[in-house]
Every structure is written in structure tokens, then in C-alpha cells.
Design a protein around this ligand. Structure first.
Ligand code: AGP
Length: 636
């Protein structure tokens, strides 16, 4: 089965129609989006009946060099540009955007994933279309060309009738499933750029006799601060004369107009003070994007690059998860899910310890390496050790083409998009989602779970973006609490079951951001020593399990709250809506939506991320670049 080279939901997209040099405007716009990271870039310029296309893997400078060598006409005023943060398929010139129709007249760039790509590609190939890339995006270029051939008469061969490209885009979008931001230009439609969006951002920049399209206002706010955010399932056409917005069926529509008050630096952060805040806010989208398209029509869980047979996975009799830091905490959560769903023993090891303890590994061992960057040397060395011991390795990674997935036997990419802040947030939530998917895939392949049982859990997971969104909307009391506790010498975090890794993650966030002593414990461990740490007023976060899950766990955590409260602790409970049992014993209760026990870390972690960020900001620290830390630790 063809697996789409999914475009990452954080690609940079820029379009221009006006009197300036489209090439300069588009390249400048892509530079503004450079902070997001990418591994290929390309442009398409409409110039006197031809499309000038250039695209290159690697940095923008590779593209600029190619453009300089090919002598683009810089006077043309219509063009589109794209930077791809790929999470699928090697970042090569061939897979870079724009993608062009067979007749060379239509160029398309894309952000997102077209879930019914395989069916569309089959239909196009049956109509004689030859593909030149493996991307889902290329389908759109061919479909647009076919629509235009069908709906424009021969005498229009020199110029496209007004509105023809937008009409073709509407008809094509009616056939697409998934998430997409699309921009298209046509060689015979100078001065026109058409865009469309579903579940992926697209904004219009409204200049004086010139218009812009972009995935992010940072691309054009040096030219105009008047913007229109497109709504769901809308198509937009820009030209020097103006902007026209409709729905996918041609009904006129209006986007959401707004004035961009940010400066360029703030725009890169989406208006937030820090990338970390932006990335915390992106978590619902990141979780949704990581889930998108994972369940095939026949109910199978689809990983990304799988160089392991189902039999290899059926032969697995032991799972080791290796990772560092936050990724390690994701592994600790995964252990509960994998053992519960697959009944395979699962150990979680710090990557830096793994190979030095000479673990027992063989061909029936599956090592799952979790890494946002894919370059963490401790984890990479653990992968190499596992391979030397003939174990199978599956990577969960957020960065396409990085070392760890390249050296693994199978890969499941998270779709968090570039994570700029050193403190990992959205990568963590998407690592949890990826771990759940791996557990479900293993359970399914081994026949422990039927397709309907897997689908039921995926359905629960699909409720999580909204649950995370709900938590994000209630964080003001957490920020107030953070400001009031910013002077504390220490904060403790306790939890049971999957709440224990959440406690560890909350402590790590506070350590690395606020430079404050913080420690996470299994709640049942307190009485074996750590409770001596409790003093009058010691803040203790308690991650309370759902009373609807394993009730005994809930009751034991309530007892743990009473233990620490009796010794003077200031208790901050994270508990699900409706759980009244905590109220008599907690100084503060932070409510999270009801979720299935195993999925609860997706919501319980968010208040701890917000808390740590606010404490750091209150202490005047550099939230995005904490002292002594690097985003990717490429030394052992
Ligand atoms: C988490 O906030 C830290 N930035 C750090 O612990 C990080 O999770 C760890 O270094 C692992 O990085 P990786 O996911 O890129 O391998």
C-alpha cells in the first residue's frame, strides 16, 4: 500500500500577486518562516505564459543558488513558495514542493496530509497520468489540470478565463479528505494565486494593490498588517485587484479580518511571548495531526516506515523502550499501555544506562527508541547497541531524516511540527499518542485486540485534541498559582500508575525552566522516606487518577494527599471533573476533562507545563533557552 509522503503540518507557505517581484517577496517570506526549520524549499513564478520552477533539498541558500544559476526573471509579479518540514520520505529535490501537473501548466504547494491520496493516485494513473514524486500533493496538481482541461474550451488556451483556476480548486477540494492548505498558480493565469484550506492555517495579507497568502503572518507583515484568516473549507483567489473568498461550492464567504499588532519576532511566536507558550497552545493540533490518517479504511493502524513484517512483530516477546528526559517519561507512560494492551513485558530504560547494563536482547526483542530530535547521542548509541544484539528497533521521532529513524527498522513519526523551545511540550504529547498507536498496532498484529477494539481506542484518542483544548482554556488559575509559588525553594510532584510519569515530567519542566529544586515520586513511595521532605507550606502537586478507573488507585492517592497535608504540605490536586473526593483535602484543585485512565497523561501534563513556564517567566528566566541546556544533546 502506498503510504503518502505526508507533508508536515508546519510547512512554510507563501503566495504573492502584485507589482513587486514575486520571487523576492516569496523568498523573503520563506526566510521569515525559516525559524520553523525545514529540509527542502521551492518556488513557482508565473512569467509570460510559463512557470519558472525551482526546488531544492536542504537550506534556503541551496534554492537561492539554483535560482541564481538558472536566471529567473525577477520582474514577474505572481508566485508561490514552500518550505517543507518533512516527517515522511527523504527530503529530496524530487519530493520538494511545488509539484507540477503533467502539462507543466499548474504548480501546487501543500501543508498537511491528503488521506484519500492513494485512491486518487490510482484513479489518475488509470487515466494515464505518470507521477514524478511519491507525495500526496502531486495528486492535486494533476487533478487541477484535468479539471481545467475538462472545463475550459480550446480557444482559452492562451489565457485562463477569469475565476477558472479558483473554480477548479473548489471542485478538487470537494474530493479531498484530510488536512490541507493548498496554493496553486497556472502558467496561463498571470496575476492570480488560488488557495484553499481545511484543518490547516491560511491567512491573506491585504496590501495596497497587492495581496499575500501565507501559513503564518510572519511571512508578510513587513508589507502589510491587514490580514484575513480563512475559515474551514474555504477557497481564496488573490490578484492585484483584490481577494475573493468562497466555500468549496462557490458560495461567497468572508474570512476573519484582523490587524496584526505583533512585530516580526512576536509574529514568529504566533503572538505569544515565548515559543514554549506557542507550542503548548499547538498541542491540540499536534495531537490531531499525529493521529490523522492512522486508521486505514479496513481498521488497521498505519505506522510510517515499517521494514518489519507482521510476523517479526508477532515474534516479539519483550519490549524495551529507550529514551532520555521528557521522551523517557513518555516511555514510562507507554509501558502501562503496551503491557495492558499486548500482554508483552515492557521495560523502560534511560538510554544513557541501557547499553552499559548489558541488557538481554535478541531477535525477538523490540526496542522502541523515542526522540523528538532523532539526534540524541545517548539514544542513538542505545539503538546501535540494540542493532548489534540483533534486536528489532522501532523509532518514534519528530524529525524526518534524522539519525535515529534512519538507523531503525520501523518508524512512527510524530506530527508535532518543529519544536523550537528547549523544554519539550507538544513533542511529549505527540510521543504519547505515537506510543499508544504502537501499542495498538502490536496488539492488533498479534490478535490480542480485534479491529473494533482498536477502533474504539482510536476513537477515544480522537477526542483528545478537544480535551487538551479544554484544559488550555482554564489555565489562568494555574498561572496565578505559579506566580504565588515562584519563590518556593522546592516543589514536589506525586502520582500513581500513569500519573507517576506525569509527576516526573512536571518536576523536570520545573527544574529545567525555573532552575528550582523539584522532584517527582510514585505516591506510594512517600512513606518510604521522601515524606520527610514535607515541611509547612511545601507545595505538592498530586496527579489524581480517575475514580472511574481503578478505584483502589484513586482511594490510595486520596490517602497520600491526607498524609502530606497532615504534615503541612500545600496540596495542588490535578483531578478530573466531577471528582469531589479531593476537595476536602486539597488547597487547590485543577480540573481536567474525564478521560480513559491510560490516556489521562495527555490532559494531566498540560497544567504542569503551564505552571513551570509561568514560574520561569516570573523569575525572569529565558523560557525558550534555559541556561546550560541544548535542544538536542548530541554528545554522550
Ligand atoms: C525535555 O524538556 C528536555 N528538553 C530534554 O529532556 C529532552 O526531552 C531530551 O534531551 C530528549 O531529547 P530528544 O527527544 O530529542 O531525544
Amino acid at each position: 500500500m502506498l503510504t503518502a509522503l505526508r507533508s508536515q503540518a508546519m510547512c512554510g507557505i507563501v503566495g504573492y500577486a502584485g507589482a513587486r517581484s514575486a520571487l523576492e517577496v516569496v523568498l523573503n517570506g520563506l526566510r521569515r518562516l525559516e525559524y520553523r526549520g525545514y529540509d527542502s524549499a521551492g518556488v513557482a513564478i508565473v512569467d509570460g505564459g510559463v512557470l519558472q520552477i525551482e526546488k531544492r533539498a536542504g537550506k534556503l541558500s541551496n534554492l537561492e543558488k539554483a535560482i541564481a544559476e538558472n536566471g529567473f526573471d525577477t520582474s514577474a509579479g505572481t508566485g508561490i513558495g514552500h518550505t517543507r518540514w518533512a516527517t515522511h520520505g527523504a527530503p529530496t529535490d524530487r519530493n520538494a514542493h511545488p509539484h507540477v501537473s503533467v502539462d507543466g501548466r499548474v504548480a501546487v504547494i501543500h501543508n498537511g496530509i491528503i488521506e484519500n491520496f492513494a485512491k486518487l493516485r490510482l484513479e489518475l494513473e488509470e487515466r494515464g497520468v505518470e507521477f514524478s514524486s511519491d507525495t500526496d500533493t502531486e495528486c492535486v496538481a494533476h487533478l487541477l489540470a484535468l479539471e481545467l482541461t475538462t472545463h475550459t474550451s480550446a480557444q482559452d488556451s492562451t489565457t485562463l478565463p477569469e475565476g477558472a483556476l479558483a473554480a477548479a480548486m473548489r471542485r478538487v477540494c470537494q474530493r479531498l479528505e484530510g488536512a490541507f492548505t493548498l496554493l496553486a498558480v497556472h502558467a496561463d493565469a498571470p496575476g492570480v494565486v488560488v488557495g484553499a484550506r481545511r484543518n490547516s492555517p491560511l491567512v491573506v495579507g491585504c496590501g495596497d494593490g497587492e495581496y499575500f497568502l501565507a501559513s503564518d503572518v510572519a511571512a508578510f507583515i513587513e508589507h502589510t498588517r491587514e490580514a484575513i484568516e480563512l475559515g474551514q473549507d474555504q477557497v481564496v483567489e488573490i490578484s492585484a485587484a483584490g481577494v475573493t473568498i468562497t466555500d468549496f461550492f462557490g458560495t461567497p464567504a468572508t474570512g476573519n479580518s484582523f490587524h496584526v499588532a505583533w512585530d516580526v519576532s512576536a509574529a514568529e511566536k504566533g503572538g505569544y511571548d515565548y515559543f514554549m507558550l506557542k507550542e503548548i497552545a499547538e498541542q491540540p493540533q499536534a495531537v490531531a495531526d499525529t493521529l490523522r490518517g492512522r486508521l486505514t479504511e479496513t481498521g488497521e493502524i498505519m505506522l510510517d516506515e515499517v521494514r518489519l513484517s507482521d510476523q517479526d512483530l508477532r515474534d516479539v516477546d519483550k519490549v524495551f523502550i529507550v529514551a532520555c528526559g521528557t521522551a523517557y517519561h513518555a516511555g514510562l507512560v507507554a509501558k502501562y499501555a503496551i503491557e495492558h494492551w499486548t500482554r508483552i513485558p515492557c521495560e523502560v530504560e534511560l538510554a544513557s544506562e541501557f547499553r552499559y547494563r548489558d541488557p538481554v536482547l535478541d531477535r525477538s526483542t523490540l526496542v522502541v527508541a523515542i526522540s523528538q530530535s532523532g539526534e540524541t547521542m545517548d539514544t542513538l548509541m542505545a539503538v546501535r547497541h540494540a542493532k548489534e544484539q540483533k534486536a528489532r528497533v522501532l523509532a518514534i521521532c519528530n524529525t524526518n531524516g534524522s539519525s535515529i529513524p534512519r538507523e531503525s527498522d520501523a518508524v512512527l513519526y510524530t506530527h508535532a511540527g518543529p519544536e523550537i523551545a528547549v523544554a519539550s511540550t507538544k513533542a511529549f504529547l505527540t510521543q504519547l499518542v505515537a506510543c499508544y498507536l504502537v501499542g495498538l498496532h502490536l496488539a492488533q498484529v498479534r490478535g490480542i485486540k480485534y479491529a473494533d477494539e482498536v477502533a474504539a481506542v482510536v476513537e477515544q484518542l480522537q477526542q483528545m485534541p478537544a480535551a487538551v483544548e479544554a484544559v488550555l482554556g482554564t489555565m489562568e488559575p494555574v498561572r496565578e498559582l505559579a506566580r504565588s509559588l515562584a519563590g518556593s525553594p522546592s516543589v514536589l510532584f506525586i502520582g500513581r500508575h500513569v500519573g507517576y510519569p506525569v509527576a516526573l515530567e512536571g518536576a523536570l519542566k520545573l527544574k529545567e525552566l525555573a532552575y528550582m529544586h523539584a522532584e517527582g515520586f510514585a505516591a506510594g513511595e512517600l512513606k518510604h522516606g521522601p515524606i520527610a521532605l514535607i515541611d509547612k507550606g511545601t507545595p505538592v502537586f498530586v496527579v489524581v487518577p480517575s475514580p472511574r478507573g481503578r478505584g483502589v488507585l484513586h482511594d490510595k492517592v486520596i490517602s497520600n494527599i491526607q498524609e502530606v497535608r497532615a504534615r503541612g504540605a500545600r496540596v495542588i490536586a490535578i483531578a478530573e471533573e466531577g471528582d469531589a473526593a479531593v476537595e476536602p483535602f486539597a488547597d487547590h484543585v485543577i480540573r481536567v476533562p474525564r478521560t480513559p485512565t491510560l490516556l489521562s497523561p495527555l490532559v494531566a501534563t498540560v497544567p504542569l507545563q503551564v505552571f513551570a513556564c509561568e514560574v520561569a517567566a516570573t523569575r525572569g528566566h529565558d523560557v525558550d533557552q534555559p541556561r546550560n541546556l541544548a535542544k538536542s544533546v548530541t554528545v554522550e
